[in-house]
Design a protein around this ligand. Sequence first.
Ligand code: MN
Length: 237
Amino acid sequence: MQSPVIGITSAHVEEEISTYPRQYYVQAIAQCGGTPLLLPVLAGGGAARRYLELVDGLLLSGGGDVEPRYFGQEPLRGTGKVYPERDSFEIELVRAALQQDMPVLAICRGIQVLNIAQGGDIYQDIYSQAPGVLEHSQKIGRGFPWHKVDLVPDSRLSNVLGSVEVRVNSFHHQAVKTVAPGFEVSATAADGITEAIESNHHRFVIGVQWHPEAMAPSDPMALKLFESFVAASRLKG
Ligand code: MN
């Protein structure tokens, strides 16, 4: 069977060089039989739609904050560094992907981009806007779990992972606040922070706040999410 091509969004050198797509994403896709293809930021001019002609699935990778104007807010103290070109490019890209019912896996920053692109909003900074939340910036290496999440029974994500509770890593200070129309929460942390959302009217559109790609080398459950995503991407059109 042919190997589905998975487009992986990438950061820009001016944004923060350390947030370039980590090799973890590439490895996880390849390990599941997909062909990873990095998509450079190119806002406007129709690049997003042309990119989508080349791929069977879209992976929105992690990175910096989303500029608040993209979800109709003024910047609050606590918002981090933003890179508007990446925001507008990825919003255009994911909207086009959803119009085609292309499988989408959105990771960390990606879940926020996905939710904003479809009309939801986010906490610019959970620590200042939702006092008392857990520590979501873990104090241990990327491959290790940090907090648990409860999965909504019978959600697509729960069915993919075959569980109603998983332990995940955590590297975020933003999080989904108002869930976009047509989407549902599929996982929450013990403090109520949304840790995963999914579309209820697409074949496979899942966003997770954690980084399964960094856990995949050592955690079979994290790899399952990639297996399921790549499998869905084989069925394009
Ligand atoms: Mn978390």
